[in-house]
Design a protein around this ligand. Structure first.
Ligand code: FE2
Ligand code: FE2
Length: 258
């Protein structure tokens, strides 16, 4: 049972890309099984649900996401989801493109419910471009969302904040990455979660852990990195980020202190 754990468990799944010729249904099912077996407290779906934002691709993505058992979840859009004005379909099917919520361990022993984690997600996409930007007009809003202390603070966006090794020439961090990082550090954010380049990685930057996830549903992979998803155990003083590679059965664990 999720609440029996001492940690808060997050499953980070992204870039399933329904409709892509390299989408693999068996892979997707094994990811869903792996996440359901882990029984996380929170599921974060980090964008690129579709290949090009078409309705049938969104329908397929919604169907797959309905098979994840975790009731606490946050779903964001990626650059692919905004193609062909797909952001309207995203809003219809998954809700606002910006959101914020607090989450507790799903089942506290003794029935005690503690709001433990604060998650703020933003839409870093620009329709019909692959580039991303958070936008300086939004920094105060982010600061206000994270102003209350006592929470483990998580920021979610589709694009990257720092270059990721092994992804080729970097061109997909947000345009205003420096200012966004400064904003997050100024309000004590503990972790950011991104998808996008299909390679899992973790950077630690002055107490902010920058975690990216691979592609969970496709063979749109780079070099030797197979499809993957992340399981993140959050403790008060540390996080353990595990990259799970369902096709090979490998797991790579990264333990990071605050
Ligand atoms: Fe992607
Ligand atoms: Fe992307």
């Amino acid at each position: 049972m999720a609440g029996a754990r001492k940690s808060f468990l997050i499953a980070q799944v992204s870039d399933i890309h329904c409709g892509d010729p390299r989408f693999d249904e068996q892979l997707m099912k094994s990811v869903i099984e792996g996440v359901n077996r882990a029984d996380p407290d929170l599921l974060i779906v980090g964008g690129d649900l579709t290949m090009a934002g078409y309705r049938d691709e969104y329908d397929a993505a919604r169907e797959y996401l309905s098979n994840f058992a975790c009731p606490q979840r946050m779903v964001i859009a990626g650059n692919h989801d905004q193609r062909n004005v797909g952001y309207l379909l995203f809003e219809e099917m998954f809700g606002p493109r910006w959101s914020s919520a607090t989450f507790s361990h799903r089942a506290q022993p003794g029935g005690k419910v503690e709001e433990f984690i604060k998650v703020v997600s933003v839409d870093s996409n620009k329709p019909d471009l692959d580039d991303g930007e958070v936008g300086r007009q939004n920094y105060n809003r982010i600061r206000q969302e994270f102003c209350e202390e006592g929470f483990f603070k998580v920021f979610v966006l589709h694009h990257h904040l720092i270059h990721i090794p092994g992804t080729g020439r970097e061109r997909n961090i947000v345009w205003d990455a420096g200012d966004v990082l400064e904003t997050l550090l100024s309000c004590g954010v503990h972790m950011s979660l991104s998808g996008h380049k299909h390679v899992p990685y973790v950077w630690a930057l002055q107490g902010l852990h920058v975690v990216t996830s691979g592609t969970a549903g496709t063979h749109r992979t780079r070099g030797y990195t197979p499809p993957s998803f992340n399981l993140i155990e959050v403790f008060r003083d540390r996080i353990i980020v595990s990259f799970i590679f369902p096709e090979t059965g490998e797991e790579k664990e990264n333990a990071l202190l605050f």
